[in-house]
Design a protein around this ligand. Structure first.
Ligand code: NI
Length: 226
């Protein structure tokens, strides 16, 4: 629920946080008879698991009021954005667990790490690039044999330095970045000028793996020039 909980003074529902990690927040709410949550907007999808039977009074933003019967152990789910004030309409205490699905913080940090890597490339700053990669990182380039994958910070750093030294005005334009679980994906357009003066304009994709927040694999693919 939101920070407005408990703002209704006496008779407020009591919230106890049992678990809070990068994926879930679990709060037990206890209501004495007549106790209210206060008005709040749910910022996440959530599941309610009643710990008791009970009768909830629900005040809605349009001024209407409904009641809902809680059955011990029978869950229900709601989506982000629900707004209401909730009251224990019964004459005995009631309680439920609220399980919120929060943003995946590790995925957000990994997306930020891919963006930092891309910024390092666009700044032509090999040290900034390597700060996003793990000690045992692997870089598999988009050209050359698969066996040419570079392994470890020193070898990957040398490969990136060599790549950057092969072009003038090298720039990676971000078209898409996403992370799902342990796999990252970025799509980009690369524009540069070769040392011989030829323009390069190619689209490609990187597949990433991670060690914690750091990138452990950058596996690059590009559309063939034909
Ligand atoms: Ni609520």
């Amino acid at each position: 629920m939101c920070d407005q909980h408990g703002c209704s003074g006496h008779g407020a529902a009591e919230g106890i946080t049992h678990l809070e990690d990068s994926r879930f927040k679990v709060t037990e709410w206890r209501f004495a008879p007549g106790a209210k949550t206060g008005w709040h907007v749910h910022g996440h999808d959530y599941v309610i698991v009643p710990l008791t039977d009970g009768t909830l009074g629900l005040d809605h933003p349009d001024g209407s009021r409904t009641q809902a019967q809680l059955k011990h152990g029978i869950p229900y789910s709601r989506r982000t954005g629900v707004e209401h004030d909730v009251t224990n309409d019964g004459d005995v205490p009631l309680a439920f667990l609220e399980v919120e699905v929060v943003d995946d913080l590790l995925e957000q940090k990994r997306i930020a790490m891919i963006r930092r890597l891309n910024e390092g490339f666009n700044a032509h700053d090999v040290d900034a690039i390597m700060a996003t990669m793990s000690e045992d990182c692997v870089f598999s380039p988009s050209v050359g044999a698969k066996a040419a994958a570079h392994r470890g910070q020193a070898a990957v750093k040398a490969a990136f330095a060599s790549l950057l030294a092969g072009f003038k005005d090298a720039h990676w334009h971000e078209e898409h970045v996403s992370v799902r679980g342990d796999t990252g994906l970025s799509a980009w357009r690369f524009t540069a000028t070769t040392l011989a003066g030829d323009a390069v304009d190619v689209q490609g994709t990187d597949i990433f793996a991670f060690e914690g927040e750091l990138i452990s694999l950058k596996d690059s693919y590009r559309k063939s020039a034909g």
